[in-house]
Write a protein that binds this ligand. Structure first.
Ligand code: ADP
Length: 247
């Protein structure tokens, strides 16, 4: 799987949020996109997913133009949005939630496939018939990941999948993400990339512009991070990474 972003420029109401970003990723592997709040990380993901039409520039998936074409991107990518929440009025169970999305794509044996993919994420037994609103954030995050990978996409895009999860759940989800990235291209944004640093192939630092991109040993360094974070945050991130990379 190959993603190519050329001269990507996105503006909201004439105000540029990303300017002239050029990048290329190849899967399988894990790409972590980092940068301060408001840096444009979510915007970058949404542009790759075709959900935002850029002011300038193009996105290619395996050589095919995907710019502003979410239905085309949907054939390649599963998406886990930031802070997934249980649809408030929906009484859907975990199994039904995954199964329904497969049915909408015309997948046969949707029920069996839903149960199978939930199993691979460690969700089994009575949890399958729990209602979405009964779940912890960590479990809900896992269910959303299951739904995103159920059609077996070549790419998985996740917005801050570790942010709203408690520490125990975070370890579990990090372990799941590391496993998924062995088989497909995983693009994720992160506030704290340390937990997955040892499994990360490419770190992208953005702050409205592309600041740096490359393997962690080249990019996840205090001198690079200081260009977008304050000195103490940059040092804290690097120290956390030294702990996390061995964990
Ligand atoms: P990050 O994910 O790095 O925190 P975002 O991509 O969410 O950054 O946002 C980048 C900037 O664009 C922020 O200043 C945000 O307020 C602004 N922004 C995001 N979405 C919209 C929108 N739909 N309309 C107007 N401004 C937006």
């Amino acid at each position: 799987m190959r993603v190519r972003v050329e001269d990507l420029t996105v503006a909201y109401n004439g105000e540029p949020v990303l300017s002239g970003v050029n990048l290329e990723f190849r899967g399988p592997g894990l790409v972590q996109i980092i940068g301060p709040n408001g840096a444009g990380k979510t915007t970058f993901l949404k542009a790759i997913l075709g959900l935002i039409k850029p002011a300038r520039g193009r996105v290619f998936l395996d050589g095919f133009e995907a710019t502003g074409r979410p239905e085309m991107v949907g054939r390649y990518a599963g998406y886990v949005p930031q802070n997934p929440s249980a649809p408030k009025l929906s009484p859907m169970t975990v199994r039904e939630f995954v199964e329904t999305s497969l049915r909408l794509r015309g997948v046969t044996r949707a029920r069996e496939r839903a149960v199978e993919v939930l199993h691979t994420l460690g969700i089994r037994g009575e949890v399958l018939e729990s209602r979405l609103w009964e779940l912890s954030m960590g479990m809900l995050q896992r269910v959303f990941i299951a739904r995103a990978i159920a059609p077996d996409p070549k790419m998985l895009v996740m917005d801050e999948p570790l942010a709203s999860v408690d520490p125990a759940g975070r370890m579990e989800i990090a372990r799941i993400i590391a496993g998924l990235a062995r088989e497909r291209l995983v693009l994720m944004t992160s506030h704290d990339p340390s937990l997955l640093l040892g499994h990360t192939d490419i770190i992208v630092v953005i702050n409205r512009d592309l600041i740096a991109s490359g393997p962690p040993e080249e990019v996840y360094r205090e001198d690079v991070l200081r260009r977008v974070y304050g000195e103490s945050v940059a040092r804290g991130l690097v120290l956390a990474g030294e702990g996390g990379a061995h964990g």
